[in-house]
Design a protein around this ligand. Sequence first.
Ligand code: PDD
Length: 287
Amino acid sequence: MTVYLNGQFMPIEEARVPVLDRGFIFGDGVYEVIPVYSRRAFRLAEHLQRLQHSLDGIRLPNPHSEPEWTRLINALIAGNDGEDQYLYLHITRGVARRDHAFPNPPVAPTVFMMSSPLTTPPTALLHSGVSAVSAPDNRWLRCDIKAIALLPNVLLRQMAVDAGAAETILIRDNDFMTEGAASNIFVVKSGTLLAPPKDNLMLPGITYDVVLELAAANNIPYQVRRVAKEEVFDADELLLTSSTKEVLAITTLDGKPVGDGKPGAMFTRMYTLYQDYKRDVMRKKQD
Ligand code: PDD
């Protein structure tokens, strides 16, 4: 496995970061996860835009231009096995004496990238759907930043695992749904897809965007608006999306069936559209 660290490609065993790296000490950094289909990075421009948004959010200058990122990312893909991969990009504020304030003068950021095999959910899970639990969203107010400081998400996701479930659906202020601990969530009611707005309280998912674009292009009714907690518990269907999980049906919530407890018509439609989109747009031969 070849990884990239601060200007060099190397085997992962050789990649070393000093203990005073602010990512290690403070979680002071941001990241991206990018799926690769047929050796092509999925929606690379959109992922790099979101990375820029995250870097702006933590006031860290972008260490690379878009063409540089593209070149490095393509080299990383070429240096690893597998037609389908997922890339992890990680940028921290660099190595400095421990002080909460930014290093002054600034130090070079740490840039790390790795590739892993992309294993999308197995067929059995697509047919059964997954279970979820709900929990209060106790994260900060900048969930739009893809920050490496993920302790709240880690604890929230572990609640699901402890309950034998796949994901935790987060409810803000005992009032409305934001997203999952590591995914975006859609509610389906009476044939309409309900999506929370991309504000500071959720990560603007790249898969979320694809789902809404596919809905618009295929005359599937959808609304982007706050989704009340009651609507989540009264949903006909719940869908989960992320780069690595793609589109999954949530068929149980807090131990109770969602709708009739089986993946519904909206899931089947959206899953098919997503796979068609991958096949037609991503896997098409390039000239
Ligand atoms: N997580 N919301 C949160 C909190 C996430 O961590 C993720 C993805 C998403 C979905 O975003 P996208 O569709 O762009 O993957 C929403 C990634 C996969 C991770 O942390 O591994």
